[in-house]
Design a binder for this molecule. Structure first.
Ligand code: ZN
Length: 64
């Protein structure tokens, strides 16, 4: 379960000072079931699937 209130507690793993921008594509009441979190700091996007934000950057394995 992920709600807009929880957005304040979520941080980009690379940019702890950046707050993430939420793009909800599917909602169930106040729960965001599907969507995207965007970090303006490193331009990363994190998927929310089934109400669970996936905060592992897609380029984590090739991080320099
Ligand atoms: Zn970032």
């Amino acid at each position: 379960m992920f709600t807009e209130e929880m957005l304040a507690d979520v941080r980009c793993p690379k940019c702890p000072t950046e707050s993430l921008k939420l793009f909800a594509s599917e909602k169930n009441g106040s729960n965001i079931t599907t969507g995207t979190l965007h970090c303006a700091g490193c331009n990363s996007e994190f998927q929310i699937l089934g109400g669970v934000p996936d905060l592992v950057p897609s380029n984590a394995l090739s991080d320099e």
